[in-house]
Write a protein that binds this ligand. Sequence first.
Ligand code: NAP
Length: 346
Amino acid sequence: MAAEVSNTQIIFNNYIRKYAKEADMILKTSTMKLKVPEDCSDAVLVKNLYLSCDPYMRNRMNKIGAANDYVTSFTPAEPIIGIGVAKVVDSSNHNFKKDELIWGMTGWEEYSLIKSTQSLFKIEHTDVPLSYYTGILGMPGLAAYVGFYEISCPRKGETVFISAACGAVGQLVGQFAKLLGCYVVGSAGTKYKVDLLRSKFGFDDAFNYKDESNLNAALKRYFPEGIDIYLDNVGGEMLDAAILNMKLNGRISLCGMISQYNQQHREGVRNMFNVVAKQIRMQGFVVFLYYSLYPKFLDFMLPLIRQGKIEYVEDIADGLESAPAALIGIFSGRNVGKQVVRVAHE
Ligand code: NAP
């Protein structure tokens, strides 16, 4: 007889249109048998250890079809789904065995039955903290790698601007650009984060966008000759100001637009003619479509971590019950570094 355990879950309440709030997620406790059901072939039952709070999750709170089609919506009354690190408790899939560690899509709950295992990665390197597989060694790390090396076509000596620079993606892109010998400036929303960008992550400079009444003037101050590469994490006003400050043949990599995710009506950009006049290349990307690069990315990233050539800051909230506040916090910049939730100790 399989043991039956209590399973605390974070349930998605219902679709929303404006700002996400903690009350959109409800704590519930049910029970679960620690065995993959007989009728589930190719499934794994996991104990969740770490959960990742990612900005795209806000888009999954919209009803299907609401400018939302790169991700599916959450299902009301079901657990929130997100990326996590977990340990296999039982498996009917020959690729995953009991006690192995994985990262990938799981539920916001203590134990999850994962029926779709295609996007699960086995964790083979455990000399680094397991939480890293939600960030620097997981989806945001790969997004930083793809956004910089694959999309931005960077060259030594170029000028690089990064918004939301102290977040999971931004802190890494800035360091990749420094490793290549670029001049790098980041924007962030507090003095503490601006100091971290300069002192810990080695950016050449940084500024607090909330202190600037004119973003165009701020960018002109930091890039008097213009920007070669802009890695956009925020969209909105900052994107508009960056477009005005790009150099001829500049590249804008559209990674994300966190300033717009809680808006019912998203802002437009007004300075698009500059894209024509300066022959700028703007390209968006969705990291899930680059998962085939993950092994190459690991070969690149693991040595940098082991040799201490890259800094990484994460913000770990303790306990599943802290997950709703942690997720909501990233939309007001409460997190310093990658926001993770520790569900259980390893
Ligand atoms: P993160 O670590 O969760 O950090 C998000 C940060 O964004 C916050 O800490 C906050 O910092 C800033 N922010 C929040 N609301 C803002 C607003 N209204 N205006 C300006 N800044 C705001 O984020 P991340 O994981 O690095 O993700 C960064 C971006 O990349 C997001 O847009 C995300 O959707 C995108 N992304 C895209 C892909 C892809 O496949 N294309 C993959 C991963 C992530 P401040 O204190 O600086 O305001």
